[in-house]
Write a protein that binds this ligand. Structure first.
Ligand code: HAM
Length: 418
């Protein structure tokens, strides 16, 4: 038996209904905020990710699907969307048109340990606002993200918010952090010991129990903020409060990728069930330069679509489109049924031609295909120019079936499906 690769799954039925619902809502809201869609390749030269996300991150050091192609080039399946979008902005010479706002959705790949809400192939829905830096921009982006969550029916979540400050802030903070962590060096994990020299901020993102305990007493970045970064963050907090957006300052939030500076945030569900971060993002000041672009700042975030799907109610998404079953009683009515199907499709009505088995089997098939209404054509209906309409979900026998004139069927269905 063939199986999908571990951590990768087929999306269909209820799951794909949820996926499409999320994308539809997000596209609508994104357009309102001025975002247009970009689709970048799923594979890039390895450097695109390595240089932007950072060598010391788990994503680059452990989780990338990296291969040599037939020409001997090192290529990588994208583990996230931001790097590809920045690369595209530079290679497509879009940098004259700042600010640029792009949204994207699609497959991402990380070779992580699979578990609930964590897959090796997953989908992200991301937004990038590039070439504009102000607390207003950040507040609008975070409010858009909250609006998307609300629009898909997610209300129980909190926003963890932090600032990683500017270069000056991080220099001072890194010194303070290294001084503190060096005192606990022998108890740090091997990864963190190495990172102490190379990239100490990463230690704050460690998943190791002992590292976490040590980090919980570490100095916090907000005590090291430069005047500019302090004012920027304060203004952002004021704006979010005045928008009525609830956030909590989490001074240890550094995010899992190296490119962030200033604003950083994550969305965490607070209801029953899945509790891990469903999305996150932040500001980046150096990404465009890494790709040879100008010295311009951007901000963005991405939701994990599977994680959002975990928070949506299955029952609501098992039947999405209201479908009609066209059921000929015998083969003699097949041509007439075929004709009817074409009429319905031309009028934009979702309809299935149920062809095989006896009438009882056909009705079971219609039910399995989640049809709301069956249109039955037998010899009598054919002779009289009528159809027997059966409402599949009604239990009241007197309302369950109706005879409708075939010429009136489109209007009848449009009214019944509202
Ligand atoms: P990230 O936090 O690495 O950020 O990923 C964003 C979201 O993708 C996570 O919050 C999570 O919901 C989802 N995700 C990540 N890994 C997995 C996985 N293995 N399985 C399922 N879902 C997953 C970024 O990727 C940044 N590019 C976001 C960003 C955009 N920052 C600025 N602009």
């Amino acid at each position: 038996m063939f199986r999908p690769i571990r951590g990768m799954k087929d999306l269909y039925g209820t799951e794909i209904n949820k996926y499409n619902f999320i994308i539809d809502k997000a596209r609508h809201i994104g357009e309102k905020y001025g975002y247009s869609i970009i689709s970048t390749p799923m594979v890039e030269y390895t450097d695109v990710f390595q240089r932007s996300i950072g060598d010391e991150t788990d994503v680059v050091s452990k989780e990338m699907y990296t291969f040599l192609d037939k020409g001997g080039e090192s290529i990588t399946l994208r583990p996230e969307g931001t790097a590809g979008v920045m690369r595209a902005i530079v290679t497509e010479s879009m940098t004259q048109n700042f600010p640029i706002k792009f949204m994207y959705y699609g497959e991402m790949f990380r070779y992580d340990r699979p578990q609930k809400g964590r897959y090796r192939q997953f989908h992200q829905l991301g937004f990038e606002h590039v070439g504009e830096k102000s607390p207003y921009t950040d507040a609008l982006l975070i409010s858009m993200a909250s609006e998307i969550l609300n629009a898909i029916g997610i209300f129980d979540f909190k926003i963890d918010l932090n600032t990683l400050g500017d270069d000056k802030t991080r220099e001072g903070y890194t010194r303070g952090l290294v001084k503190y962590l060096s005192r606990h060096e022998e108890n740090l994990s091997e990864d963190s010991k190495r990172r102490l020299q190379k990239n100490p901020l990463r230690i704050l993102d460690s998943k190791d129990e002992e590292d976490r305990k040590i980090c919980s007493m570490a100095p916090i970045i907000t005590d090291y903020l430069s005047k500019e970064s302090g004012q920027y963050f304060e203004k952002l907090c004021d704006l979010l409060s005045s928008y009525g957006i609830n956030y909590e300052i989490n001074s240890f939030l550094v995010r899992g990728l190296d490119y962030y500076s200033e604003t950083a945030f994550e969305f965490k569900p607070t209801g029953e069930g899945y509790r891990d971060s469903v999305g996150g993002g932040g500001r980046y000041d150096k990404l465009l330069k890494i790709f040879g672009g100008p010295d311009a700042s951007g901000i963005g975030f991405a939701f994990g679509i599977e994680r959002l799907m975990l928070l949506l109610d299955d029952a609501k998404f098992s039947r999405c489109i209201k479908k009609i079953a066209v059921v000929p009683v015998s083969e003699n009515e097949n041509d007439s049924a075929f004709d009817l199907i074409r009429t319905l499709h031309n009028c934009d009505i979702a309809a299935e031609f149920i062809q095989h088995g006896n009438l009882s089997k056909k009705m079971k098939t219609a039910d399995r295909k989640n049809c709301e209404i069956a249109l039955i054509i037998g010899e009598e209906e054919y002779q009289n120019g009528t159809l027997t309409v059966k409402f599949m979900n009604l239990t009241n026998e007197s309302r369950k079936t109706k005879v409708v004139n075939r010429n009136d069927i489109v209007n009848f269905l449009k009214y019944s499906l509202e």
